[in-house]
Design a protein around this ligand. Structure first.
Ligand code: NAP
Length: 283
């Protein structure tokens, strides 16, 4: 079964739109998401446009600051400080990557934890890794989207062997923790993993997040595995594709996500739900 992230995201956004429509009466306003985009990276511009469209669909107020490439780091930090202090702003997102002269770490740390809709602030990361009752941390969007896709595909997680390819702060590590929290036995692989195919062939759930076009081939996948493809890569013809070679893996997988139309739309959908969470936490 191919799980369509596009369809699931559309359904969840429609549900959120209904919820948001009740907010003016209950809270006097709708959530307000502010996006800061520095520079002209074409990928980033597309992502930001898609985020703006999603805000329109769910009924948020949204503001985008498009700043020139040469904007000094301090100016970005000052803008974040002003938005942190602005009561009418519920969520702040700085589109990554940033130009080289701006420290991503400083920028991420400057955003108030309560308005960190990407869930990248060290306090949100720490909260994700510390299991506490009533943990209200903001979970990064892509990993949360993966969990929703697995749920949509009725994939059982508890007791299953999950293999995550990639150990980045934004995908590999947080999805590993979310799977662990749901009682999977998790193996995290990276560029120094030996006999990778041996490891991936044991996976009941395989999450590929390495950024290498069509890297995971059919011979690396167990019959009946659930395969989630996070990659956003370009194939030999410059066309968008994933980390998974769909043609050889799809016949073996019990469920699989496509690229495009899989994890990508769910990332934006979870950004919308994180913004609602940050908004509601303020009342
Ligand atoms: P990243 O920060 O570049 O991390 C890549 C990870 O893959 C690293 O941990 C690296 O290992 C590992 N790796 C690289 N080559 C490998 C190999 N040959 N075998 C095993 N592991 C290998 O990437 P990321 O930010 O997590 O993104 C991964 C992919 O997901 C990219 O294509 C990105 O565009 C995509 N992405 C999509 C979304 C979405 O919404 N759809 C969101 C975020 C990212 P080391 O740690 O040893 O270097």
């Amino acid at each position: 079964m191919v799980i369509s992230g596009k369809e699931l995201a559309a359904r969840l956004k429609a549900e959120m739109a209904e919820q948001v429509a009740t907010f003016p009466e209950k809270y006097g306003r709708v959530p307000h998401l502010v996006v800061i985009l520095v520079g002209t990276d074409p990928g980033s511009q597309t992502y930001v446009r898609n985020k703006e469209k999603a805000c329109d669909v769910v009924g948020f107020k949204h503001t985008t600051y498009r700043l020139p490439e040469e904007t000094p780091e301090q100016e970005v930090l000052d803008r974040i400080a002003a938005l942190n202090a602005d009561d009418s702003v519920d969520g702040i997102l700085v589109q990554l990557p940033l130009p080289k002269h701006i420290s991503e770490t400083k920028v991420i740390e400057a955003i108030a934890k309560e308005k960190d809709v990407d869930g990248f602030h060290p306090l949100n990361t720490a909260a994700l890794w510390q299991k506490r009752p009533n943990n209200t941390c903001v979970v990064p969007c892509t990993p949360m989207g993966i969990i929703k896709l697995l749920e949509e595909g009725n994939v059982e997680i508890a007791g299953k062997k999950a293999v995550v390819l990639g150990r980045s702060q934004i995908v590999g590590l947080p999805i590993s923790k979310l799977l662990l929290d749901r009682n999977a036995t998790v193996t995290i692989c990276h560029s120094r993993t030996k006999d990778l195919a041996e490891v991936t062939r044991q996976a009941d759930i395989l999450v590929a997040a390495i950024g290498k076009a069509k890297f995971v081939t059919g011979d690396m996948v167990k019959e009946g595995a659930a395969v989630i493809d996070v990659g956003m890569d370009l194939d030999e013809n410059g066309k968008l594709c994933g980390d998974v070679d769909f043609a050889s893996v799809e016949p073996k997988a019990s469920v699989i996500t496509p690229v495009p139309g899989g994890v990508g739309p769910m990332t934006i959908c979870c950004l919308m739900s994180n913004t609602i969470q940050c908004f509601l936490n303020r009342f």
